[in-house]
Design a protein around this ligand. Structure first.
Ligand code: WTA
Length: 567
């Protein structure tokens, strides 16, 4: 196989035949470690371009419907240097964990890249997180610093976070606590010259907390080396080329918003559009029209909501700039692909990967035929298979565990503080994903579902255990079991089955109160949209709630083997 450079009018993988023979070493000459042995993501993503031909090229365009701000690569270099100086002066050293908890704004990107310049490991937090979600993550990672806003500060349990030395507020000065200081003042005064802290390839980069079916969210650590795959998938799959205007709709609180909202586009020197504010069909279309977006990476839930909003809205906008549209996060319905062709004359390309994989793994590229409903084929240099529970590869059309041959450049390197958990993902040379799928006779992979109980709601991954734990903190709740219930727009919605403590009545009012309680504790997207009160929940003899039985109740299915269920 030969992976070509993009020739004018061609895409990067014009001759890719789906084989796995790419040698990742071929990509190494792009990065500074090829010459110095050291590397820094922020240097590779920003400074390298600012010091070369892309200095005056637009790097970041921020728009939230009212405010618009544009920064060239040279601007980005200066502004991220300033942020880096602020953090260095505050005592941050390589390997320290800095968390960033704020809505999308240019400052978020300066702070995040500035933190990478000083060699910190960045923990991005989704702005919707509430106190408990923030506490869990900052405690587990022993974060030293938090960068946030005045509005989000009340969700930070400052006194309980013993490792946390400093909180920077990016928007307002308030001095309710000696740990709090004003980022703006320090930023104004900071020098815009900074030498990146040079790191090893295996040094930490980013820590994304994500949910499994049991336990608290786990910290998935990625290292600098992941940039090889960020950059190459930016070419092969996003097909980023010099003139492209690229928009990834994901928030940096999730892995898509960092790997493909920051790293892949900037490593490739693209013009990256960042949109603040809420989803709104008319607004989203107007972004494509206004900036002549050419490459667009979004999620099935968003596409389904756009589809639901109707063709008339799409038709009032000129979407002809689009030349490549991609999707991630949940199964992409063939129906949505058909709609995409009608609404903006593009076939939506599905991509499959996970927080743990760090970058795209199984994708539809421009050079291959899309089979609607399939996630595509493994990217060059990787190998995927369907394996049984013993780790044996299964033949085509047999359903089993979707597994990836280890290692690949952006593979997670640690579950923070939990080596045992980390090891549990790997088996006989495979990383076992937790998804079930099959492969067809042409090597295309077809997603079937999760093996575990993890819920994907509107593209966001929610662990049922986390929601159950919050539910039982409510004084009325005796026990709770949480499942994902199929939903035409959101993929799944969260449904809770609850048994009440004595003295509480199952009223509509109580339902709403409980929903609010989860919202305020975790995040709005983690709150159950539906609640059923039951006298008793199905449990194993050892007392574990059987979500499988709850699911069968909900879907009117056979519950399967009930031998472990208590009487
Ligand atoms: C699901 C998001 C079907 C899957 C980048 C996976 C998908 C989980 C697809 C990871 C797809 C992701 N088709 N399902 N194209 N892409 N998933 O960690 O269940 O938030 O295991 O990463 O999303 O979710 P995560």
């Amino acid at each position: 196989m030969k992976v070509l450079k993009a020739l004018p009018g061609k895409h990067w993988l014009s001759e890719y035949d789906g084989s796995d023979s790419y040698d990742w070493k071929e990509a190494e000459h792009y990065f500074s470690w090829a010459t110095t042995g050291k590397v820094n993501m922020a240097y590779e993503a920003i400074d390298r371009h600012a010091e070369g031909e892309r200095a005056n090229k637009k790097a970041l365009i921020y728009f939230d419907g009212t405010t618009e701000q544009t920064f060239t690569y040279a601007d980005m270099k200066r502004l991220t240097n300033k942020a880096a100086n602020v953090l260095k002066d505050a005592g941050i050293q390589a390997g320290d964990r800095i968390f960033i908890f704020m809505p999308r704004s240019p400052e978020l990107y300066f702070a995040l890249l500035g933190a990478l310049k000083v060699g910190a490991i960045v923990g991005p937090l989704f702005e919707a997180f509430m106190e408990q979600a923030v506490r869990d993550r900052l405690l587990d990672s022993e974060a030293k610093m938090l960068i946030t806003t005045k509005a989000l500060l009340p969700r930070v349990p400052v006194d309980e976070l013993t490792s946390l030395e400093q909180i920077f507020l990016v928007d307002e000065e308030i001095k309710t606590n000696e740990k709090i200081s004003d980022f703006r003042v320090a930023f104004e005064q900071a020098s815009d010259v900074f030498e990146p802290v040079w790191l090893d390839r295996e040094d930490g980069l980013i820590l994304h907390y994500t949910s499994g079916s049991t336990g608290k969210p786990k910290g998935v650590l990625h290292v600098q080396n992941a940039m090889i795959q960020h950059m190459m998938t930016g070419r092969w799959v996003l097909d980023l080329q010099e003139e492209d205007v690229y928009w990834c709709t994901a928030d940096p609180g999730w892995v898509t918003g960092t790997s493909y909202g920051i790293f892949a586009p900037f490593l490739n020197g693209a013009t990256n559009v960042v949109v603040g504010g809420r989803f709104n069909p008319d607004f989203w279309y107007s972004v494509i029209e206004k900036y002549k977006v050419t490459v667009w990476y979004s999620a099935p839930t968003a596409f389904r909501m756009l589809m639901g909003a109707g063709a008339e809205i799409a038709n009032t906008h000129d979407l002809s700039s689009l030349r490549h549209v991609l999707s991630v996060g949940e199964p992409l319905n063939p129906e949505v692909i058909r709609w995409g062709k009608e609404a903006f004359d593009q076939r939506i390309h599905d991509t499959w990967w996970m927080t743990e994989t760090g970058a795209m793994m199984i994708c539809n590229y421009k050079s291959m035929d899309i089979k609607p409903g399939s996630m595509g084929k493994p990217i060059p240099g990787t190998q995927a298979a369907i394996v049984d529970d013993q780790g044996n590869e299964l033949p085509p059309f047999r359903m089993g565990n979707l597994a990836l041959k280890t290692p690949w450049p952006s593979m997670m390197r640690q579950i923070w503080n939990n080596p045992q958990k980390y090891d549990s993902y790997f088996f006989k040379g495979w990383y076992v994903s937790g998804d079930s799928a099959y492969m067809d006779d042409e090597g295309y992979f077809w997603f079937q579902g999760r093996v575990d109980d993890v819920i994907m709601t509107a593209g966001e991954r929610v662990g049922p255990f986390e929601v159950e734990s919050r539910l039982v903190e409510h004084p009325a709740v005796a026990e709770a079991g949480v499942i994902g219930k199929p939903d035409p727009v959101r993929g799944e919605i969260i449904k809770a089955f609850i048994s009440l403590r004595d003295g509480y009545e199952p009223t509509e009012e109580l339902k709403q109160e409980i929903q609010k309680f989860v919202k305020e504790g975790l995040a709005a997207h983690a709150a159950p949209r539906e609640i059923d009160f039951r006298d008793k929940l199905p449990k194993t003899r050892s007392g574990k709630i059987m979500r499988r039985v709850l699911k069968a109740w909900e879907l009117n299915l056979e519950a399967g083997d009930l031998s472990t269920m208590e009487d």
